[in-house]
Design a protein around this ligand. Sequence first.
Ligand code: ADP
Length: 621
Amino acid sequence: MALELKRKKRFFSSIRFKFVIVYVLVNIISLQLVGVYFTTQLKSKNIATFQNTIVEQEKKLNYNILEEMVKIPTSADKLAIETNIKKIATEFTTTKLSLLNIVDNEMTIVASSTTDGSKNYSGKRSVDPIVRQVIKTGESASKEQTDDSGKVYWVYVTPVKSDDQILGAIYIVTDIGSVYDEIADMSNLLLIATVFSISVVTFIGFFASKTITNSIEKMSSQVDNMAEGEYGNIIGINTNDEIGDLAIAFNQISKKIKEEQGITEAERRKLSTIISSMMDGIISTDSSGKIILINQSAKEMLAYDEDYIFIGKDVLKILNITEYQTISEILEAEDSLLISINENDEELLYRIEFTQVIAEDPNEFYSLSKVDGYIIVLYDVTEKERQEKERREFVSTLSHELRTPLTTMNSYIEALEEGVIHDKELAPAFIDTIHKETVRMIRMVNELMQLGKMDIKEEHYDKELMDINKLVEKIVERFKMTHTDKNFILHTPEEPVFVDGDYDKLTQVFDNIINNAVKYSPNGKNIVVRVRQNYNQNRVSISIKDEGMGIPLSHIDKIFTRFYRVDKSRQRSMGGTGLGLSLAKSIIDAHRGKIWAQSREGYGTIVFVMLPSENMAEEWL
Ligand code: ADP
């Protein structure tokens, strides 16, 4: 529609209009050239014919008049001669004669004749200077003159001569205007013919040009379609001329572009799918560092508002990199950057790598390469860094945990060497401490090895269906016997509760929890162990409650991490390794269960273990 409007508007600059104009101009010029040549030729020929007729007629008249005039000097009857002359003058006829005067050499008009007989100049003196000139020179003369009404006359004056003696002159005035009128008529005719011819040529030109412009318009509309992404053939041009050839070439190009476009589009879609589905953040920029593409992962990583527009923004500002001004500076520094972004109070770490996109111009002889843009990849290294930090902390804690007992043992051994060994009271106490520390260290190393195996998922689980009530009862019974100073209370459901688990490892878990309850509560207090089954959810929960020192609220979640102890030195001296609960957590996790604690400082602690339980049919029981 817009195209139509455009076409209509620019009619006067269209090829069709120009074509018609050229047609018409060529026609006008050629007609005018022919016309001008024709009329000038006609004009000169007609005038010459007109004048020749008069000259010839006049020759006869001149002869007759001369015959009479030569008689005058000798004749006695001048009157008779004059009468004769008048008669000859009156009888003279020639083309378009207006006035005939016979003048003697005294410039007196002897005879005068007009076609309509309206005027007679006989006896008057001729006043026309041309007559005087002819009588004087003896040579014929002519001129054109125009009267007041614009009529054109041709005046022809000839001398009447006998030998060298000039006797007078013949003065002829003819109406040459009719010759001019004829030529004017011809010019008018030519003008009409020109106008007619212009109309016909315009008409023909309009239709003739249409055959060419039609093809061009078809091509042009196809080009417009191509610009809008619609590729196809130009139809309706079957001419066997240059335009036909052009249409064929055009169709081939269109087909080729369509194919190429298809390939490029498919490639583009593949690439865009790959980029958008990548977990790493991808940003592409132009050579000045302005963002031209950013994938979803990068948007999420950068934690801007959801509708934030990244396109066109400076990537260094977006990434909040202030230590470098340009990307090429970063590339020169060969630095891989780490940036941290705070998202929902969590610090996320990203490693950023920059790569240059080099465009090589195939037209350049010395293939000069220039930077076309940059690709920036963001890797989420939060987890990696966290693990790395944990590893470093673990190594430092472990060295500390090992060094402390070793230092203690070393100082005791030194003391023994320096003579305490002979002290009957101190020596056994020292050796006992060394022994306890050694046992604790062995336990620590064993637990660490077990944890290590669990970390790399190498720990083997011998799972079997067991009644958890029985397992808990057995452990509590054992504790009752070894720790008579504590009051153990056990609540188990009447029905057995089946759990698919590793008997030894679950024993290790409850041993550790109950041992903690024993360790961290004073003598004479209750330790309540309760097993509860939730049939609906197929879960069993085992809680171990003590009335001991409790755990401060800020520490409660940390007690399941390795080497974590609320009061380091005191609890170490109590034989704790700080690994028991983290080991318990790993085992419970491997059973798809949960472990957590509730506590109130000074009042006691409850540790909960929840495990998936099997809902057995009655006949199994
Ligand atoms: P440890 O061998 O030191 O007991 P654990 O991993 O078993 O190591 O326990 C971690 C820490 O949690 C203990 O050092 C102690 O501070 C705290 N804790 C665990 N159980 C209790 C409890 N029942 N009462 C008070 N504190 C406890």
